[in-house]
Design a protein around this ligand. Structure first.
Ligand code: PNS
Length: 167
């Protein structure tokens, strides 16, 4: 995507990424080709009990996206629009898997545009990943299933350590 001004087009792909899936990574690599810089921003959410701490999630994203030069992984607290202003980002990137994602995404995009003037660009999830979600990955591994086909290698390795009983 060519920036209309001469300023570099910086986009933020925000989320929990707990853990990163192959669907997220597909969106990251497609997003990286659209923007000058793509910041993957993990929400530091004190209310959720995460599978992996934020710093480990950042590390996994860095390892899985190390071949993409314009991608950076970071974390943020508070409002996403405030983080975007601090980082000089003008666009959010989000993925849509199915119609069921649409309503919540629409609400978030409209709020973010109203509060911070930041547009959200949606990419349709790759069809081979549209059934994937971090929530399902967590459920499968905690029940002893193998998720190595669904997550990038650095994530699969950590999950194997964490859940050694995986089939
Ligand atoms: O991966 P997720 O859980 O769908 O990501 C949700 C996320 C982190 C993008 C969203 O909860 C968020 O941006 N939270 C930050 C707080 C905020 O700005 N809220 C108002 C707009 S929704």
């Amino acid at each position: 995507m060519t920036s209309v001004s001469s300023r570099p087009l910086v986009a933020i792909y925000p989320g929990s990424f707990d853990p990163l899936t192959n669907g997220h990574l597909d969106l990251i690599s497609r997003g990286a080709s659209l923007f000058d810089r793509l910041l993957i921003a993990i929400l530091r959410n004190t209310q959720k009990a995460p599978l992996f701490p934020v710093d480990e999630r950042i590390q996994m994203i860095r390892e899985a996206s190390s071949h993409l030069e314009n991608v950076e992984a970071d974390s943020f607290e508070g409002l996403l629009v405030d983080y975007a202003a601090r980082r000089g980002a003008s666009v959010f990137l989000r993925g849509i898997r199915a119609v069921s994602d649409y309503e919540a995404e629409l609400q978030m995009a409209l709020l973010n545009r109203r509060m911070g003037g930041v547009e959200t660009i949606f990419l349709m999830a790759g069809e081979e990943f549209s059934f994937l979600s971090s929530r399902m990955i967590k459920e499968i591994v905690t029940l002893g299933g193998d998720v190595s086909n669904f997550v990038p290698a650095p994530v699969a390795a950590r999950l194997r350590k964490r859940f050694p009983g995986q089939r």
